[in-house]
Design a protein around this ligand. Structure first.
Ligand SMILES: [Zn+2]
Length: 243
């Protein structure tokens, strides 16, 4: 209708998309699929083959602009010559990698032995970053699983890979443990699942506000761990011995 703002055309041709910056292209697909892309969301399904390299180059260019705005002479300062490049690579391929790559492949085994005893996995080291300041969060996680005969079992080392995949994103600790619990519950289908995470938030040290309150512990209890206090205390006491 005349006079009314027209919505942006939903459909774009491949040529249109190819002309856009990689981040624009990926954002277009996300919007089109109605997908959330918060800092701790995984967006791998919306990134085309080979596009990650392009995205890294774009981040490098923008990071160079940030350094420029910080009035750092990256040309004559040999220490910062390649900083934009290093930071872009670190973000995309290491510390925020869990946003951009698919979930690591994990083989699940049927519970042939019919294990139904409490199993504790941990400690698994956690390396993450806070969504608020992009500062490191370093910590550890313990997982308690109470399988049933229908549960899928996954190898011990695979827990660490799933933890890494979820944590290598800008995170909020409470949301990170919930995400981890959802992922493990979906795969393992146990009768009970417990997760405890203890981590040191470096934005507290670095920014020097409340140095003494930088450690944070939180937990998620599901299924039997919620309804059965003795199972919960068995888990907590075994965990205290490992702390
Ligand atoms: Zn922070």
């Amino acid at each position: 209708m005349r006079g009314e703002p027209q919505p942006t055309p939903k459909f774009r041709t491949d040529e249109d998309l190819a002309r856009l910056a990689p981040s624009e292209r990926i954002r277009y697909r996300l919007a089109d699929a109605n997908c959330r892309y918060h800092a701790n969301d995984n967006i791998a399904a919306h990134i085309a083959d080979g596009e990650l390299g392009e995205l890294q180059a774009e981040v490098e260019t923008k990071m160079q602009e940030v350094l420029r705005s910080l009035v750092i002479d990256t040309e004559s300062d040999h220490n910062t010559n390649d900083t934009a490049k290093r930071v872009a690579k670190m973000f995309l391929t290491e510390v925020f990698r869990g946003r951009y790559v698919h979930m690591p492949s994990v083989t699940e085994f049927p519970n042939i032995e019919r294990l139904n005893e409490l199993m504790i996995v941990g400690l698994v080291k956690v390396r993450s970053a806070c969504s608020h300041h992009l500062c490191p969060i370093l910590g550890k996680v313990w997982v308690g699983v109470l399988p049933n005969v229908q549960s899928n079992l996954i190898g011990l080392s695979k827990y660490a890979r799933i933890v890494e995949w979820i944590m290598s994103r800008p995170q909020i600790q409470e949301e990170a443990v919930t995400m981890l619990a959802n992922e493990l519950e979906r795969r393992v289908k146990p009768d009970g699942l417990a997760i405890v995470m203890e981590a040191d938030h470096f934005c507290m040290h670095w920014r020097g506000v409340k140095d003494d309150e930088s450690m944070m512990t939180n937990s998620v209890m599901r299924g039997e761990f919620l309804s059965n206090p003795s199972l919960r205390s068995e888990f907590m006491s075994l965990l205290n011995r490992k702390l």
